[in-house]
Design a protein. Structure first.
Length: 396
């Protein structure tokens, strides 16, 4: 079974938009209330209340706050408490930070509807409890059985819905490791990704290109009077520009990951296990590294490889991918400014990124090949580009 989400934009009426905002406010209230209950129980030395324990207290909470019953779906409030439990579980597993209280206007507004909804692509509508039929733009038909719906509001004021579907599809088994169908990928700042087969994907640098406009809009927003209409208009202009940059980055990452994972002649992909969080401590490169969004790229590449039966291999983050020559020499004096270097032992000239991609492929094969199986020598790291086929002119 495979779970796949489909995101669509919705266009609610003014009444429905107010209902969505109220439901998001109820979710924010319940989340903060549940977090407060957990903190009080910890301070008093009591057992940590689970989402079920907190859900049993909801009827009494609704009596003191009757708007919780009229403005929000009861199941949406229960899923909020489950999300709070998941946040604490991630914190204890050191996968995220400590859960924080949600403030209005500073956190993403959303709520989940697990039941009593209908997806109507033919009628271009989505039926939600207490909201009715909401106009929805379906750019594609959701495939599978709908399990839940998540309604969200972006910072620019747009409304979206994410339909989670369960598909009766089993992921294919990973292909056996074969050096002929294995490639290595080296990610960077100057070139976003360099493959060992010679393909290079240039970094679009969307944030850097839009930085001048973002500075101007941010300056205009900061000079407006607080709690004024002009400040809200300036905030929307700034949010739309940030959303445009995020959409450009997401579109680029999806295209690159799809192009790499959809190659029919690729059976194994080797990548580095980068410590992006630690690399962001370098304030000179933090902005450029954040603009690349390597973590999101590897996440997309992972599930797309899983869908297509491609084996994804991660090598150690301390492997000398850019410093090691195939002859065995290691250049420890290599700096970030050196884009190419010559091996003093064998005299071979290396391109830094292409050498790293080939070494990542070599280290990945050494890790994945069965014991006793020899890894074929990569030989020269230079890649000979294939001849381009020219189209024959058509006869008139």
């Amino acid at each position: 079974m495979r779970l796949k989400a489909f995101r669509f934009r919705i266009y609610p009426s003014e009444t429905q938009a107010d209902g969505i905002r109220k439901a998001c406010g109820c979710r924010r209230f319940i989340y903060n209330w549940g977090l407060e209950q957990k903190q009080k129980a910890y301070q008093q030395g009591e057992t940590n209340p689970t989402s079920i324990d907190l859900a049993n207290k909801l009827p009494a909470l609704k009596k003191t706050n009757p708007w919780l019953k009229t403005d929000a779906n009861s199941q949406s409030l229960q899923t909020t408490l489950r999300d709070l439990d998941i946040a604490f579980t991630r914190f204890f597993k050191k996968l995220g930070g400590y859960p924080r209280f949600k403030a209005k206007g500073k956190s993403k507004d959303s709520f989940q509807v697990p039941q009593h909804f209908k997806v109507n692509p033919k009628d271009k509508s989505l039926t939600l409890p207490k909201l009715g039929n909401v106009r929805t733009i379906f750019d594609r038909i959701p495939e599978g059985k709908p399990k839940s719906v998540t309604v969200s509001i972006s910072r620019s004021g747009k409304f979206f819905v994410s339909v989670l579907c369960e598909q009766d599809i089993e992921d294919p088994k990973p292909k056996p490791v074969d050096p002929k169908t294995t490639i290595g990928i080296d990610v960077g700042i100057k070139s976003f990704a360099v493959c060992s087969d010679g393909r290079t994907f240039d970094n679009p640098k969307n944030l850097r290109k839009a930085m001048s406009k973002l500075r101007l809009l941010s300056r205009q927003h900061s000079k407006k009077q607080k709690r004024g209409k002009n400040r809200e208009r300036a905030r929307l202009r700034l949010a739309r520009q940030h959303e445009k940059v995020a959409n450009q980055r997401s579109d680029f990452l999806h295209k690159v990951s799809h192009q790499i994972a959809n190659e029919s002649q690729v059976g194994t992909i080797c990548v580095e296990d980068l410590n992006a969080k630690g690399m962001l401590k370098n304030h000179c490169l933090a902005g450029a590294i954040s603009d690349c969004s390597w973590g999101e790229f590897f996440r997309q590449l992972e599930y797309k490889c899983r869908w297509r039966g491609i084996r994804l291999v991660r090598i150690g983050r301390f492997e000398p991918s850019s410093k090691a020559c195939p002859c065995g020499f290691r250049n420890d004096k290599l700096t970030l400014a050196d884009r190419s270097w010559d091996c003093p032992k064998c005299g071979q000239s290396h391109d830094r990124d292409l050498l790293a991609a080939n070494n990542i492929r070599r280290f990945g094969l050494a890790k994945e090949m069965a014991a006793g199986t020899a890894v074929k020598s990569l030989g020269s790291c230079r890649v000979v580009e294939p001849k381009r086929r020219t189209k024959k002119p058509t006869r008139l």
